[in-house]
Structures are given as structure tokens and as C-alpha cells.
Design a protein around this ligand. Sequence first.
Ligand code: ADP
Ligand code: MG
Length: 350
Amino acid sequence: MTQNTVQNRKARLFIYSAVVIGVFFIMAIPFYYKHAAKEKDSVTYSRMLMGTIVEITVMDETTESDKAVTAAFAEIKRLEALFSSYMPTSDVSMVSRNAGIGPVKVSPEVIEVVEAALTVAELSSGAFDPTIGSLAPLWGFSAESGRAPKREEVDKLLPLVNYRKVTIDKAAQTIGLKERGMTLNLGGIAKGYIVGKAARSLQENGVRRGIIKAGGDMTIFQNTGSEKPMTIGIQHPRESGKLLGEAFVVNGAVATSGDYERYFMAGDKRYHHIIDPKTGFPATLTQSATIIAKDPVTADGLSTAVFVMGPDAGMALIEKLPDTEAVIVDASGRVRVSSGFKGDISNSAK
Ligand code: ADP
Ligand code: MG
């Protein structure tokens, strides 16, 4: 493994880590996971990628695990270079630079994620909008600026936030933005996709049980025949290190969007990185939204969408979708759980 890879060969009962990055924003890793004590063969590797700590846990360690994990980290790095809004050479940056000029040829993976993003945008009536990046000059999405823009500044750019002005040409393999100044931002959905791809890579390289976690996104896979649910802790949105409860997951994804990950306070107002496309300001109805779904892309996109929609509309959407569950903490700290949720949740985050 490379130098900045940390290997932990001890079977651990609980793994929970919180990271503070920079002065202005805090990223709390919203999950922990619990291994049965007998699972001595579990090994966790972690590495800084996609602006967060990525943890890969192989539950059935073999002599091949190191190789499989190295390949999975390489896959994450490769995909990050396509989706990053911060890398000027990424496909996403290239699409934005050509906004109002013309469509740009992109990798098939980018077509796939933009399609998924537009599906979530439709499902959520625009609460999720991948052109939210058009507000990046004002918000930056890392809450690093520590300054809230003025209403007039937001109003000037807000018309550029409109997912209906994204074009996909699958035959030509291009993505376009119809107006000058529009900016694509897949920060609300790409991490889920990447984590899912890394899970696939691990499986192709012989790993049968594993967990990949990157910030608020997690994928769990088990192909051993005796699949017991894994217990996934859901972070309390207001008390760092405390759990709201647990979700039981055999196979699938758990994604959390929260207002406690990246934010700054101005007076008693909390400014965070999930923006309501209707107002151009941080969404106010939710403290955290956790989605449990089969597919990590959908889970990630929906966690951001439901966060913006708020507990009423968000839960109504989740109840309509098959195999999709949610735990939503509203602005007052009240916790709501979807009808098919499997887990154990206390009913208040106060
Ligand atoms: P995180 O990436 O912190 O785990 P999310 O999955 O909720 O959390 O993604 C938040 C990111 O999504 C923001 O940093 C920004 O890049 C993007 N984003 C913010 N608001 C929206 C929105 N309304 N629709 C789509 N993407 C958004
Ligand atoms: Mg998301």
C-alpha cells in the first residue's frame, strides 16, 4: 500500500471517527459500524480522497486483500478526476467552461451520473439540482468563506440554476449547459456513485464482504451465503460522537446529508453547504436526512434532495419509492422514520 495508507489490522468493535478540516468547516463522519467480535479477519484501510477520509473495510481478509484495496483506491482516484469541481481538467469542469458555447464529450461514467442527477432532480421537483454550481462563486459549497452573500447577489445568479437546461446526447456522449455562466456540480451525487464503483472493484478482485465509507456515503456488500445484517450507526446531527440510532443493512447503501458537516455560523444563523434551489440559500427544514437504498447513486442524490425538500415532502417521496427508506431529523430535532425502515432509532435528536 502507499505511504498515506493506514492499515488497521485489529478487529474493532466500533469504528467511529470525526475529522475537523480547516477553520471554518467541520466534517463529521456520520457512521460507525460494528463487527461481531469473532470477525478477526476484518481489516480497515483509510486514505484521504475526494476531500474526505475514505475507509475500506475488508471483512474476509486474504493475502489478496491489499491488492484489491489498492485497485479500489485507484478507481476512486480515477473517478474523482472526472467529477471534481475543483480540478480544472475534470469532465465536469470542462462542461462548465463550455456553458453557453457547446456540449462537451465526456466519459461514459459522467453521462451515467448526470442522467441519475436529472432523474433525482425530476423526482424531487428540482429540490436536487446539479446546476446548483452556478451559485458556487457565492457559496463555494465548502462553507469556507464564512460569509453569507447578499440577497441581490443570489438573485442575479439564481436563474442559472435550472436542471432543465442540461442536455445529454448519449449517442454523441456529450453533456451541455445551455446558458453562459451555468456551472455543473455533482457534489451531491458523485460520491455515492464512486463508492459504489469502488465496491464493485473490490468484488471483482475477490473481496466477498466489505464496507466502503466516504464522508456521508457508505456501501455495504456481502456475498458469502450467510448474510447477516450489519449495524450502521447514524450520527446525531447536533451532538458529535453521539448516535441517533442504527440501521440494519445486509447489502446496499446508506447516505446521509446533514447541516453539521460543513457550515459556519453568523449570529445565530447556520450557513451550510446544501442549498435550496428555490431560494439560493441553505435549506432550512432539515438537520439531517439519511437514505437507505440498494443503489448508492440514488441514495446519495436522494439524501441531498430529501434534505432540501424537508421532512413532509421528503418522506412522501421516499414512501413512493420501492426499497428506499429514510431517517429524517427535522429542524426542531424531531426524528421521522419511513415505514419499511429496519433499525433502531430514538425518536428525538434534541
Ligand atoms: P456531502 O457531500 O457533504 O456528503 P451531500 O451528498 O448532501 O453531502 O452533498 C452536498 C453537496 O451537494 C454540496 O457540497 C454541493 O456540492 C451539492 N449541492 C448543494 N445543494 C444542492 C442541491 N440543492 N442539489 C444538488 N446538489 C447540491
Ligand atoms: Mg447527497
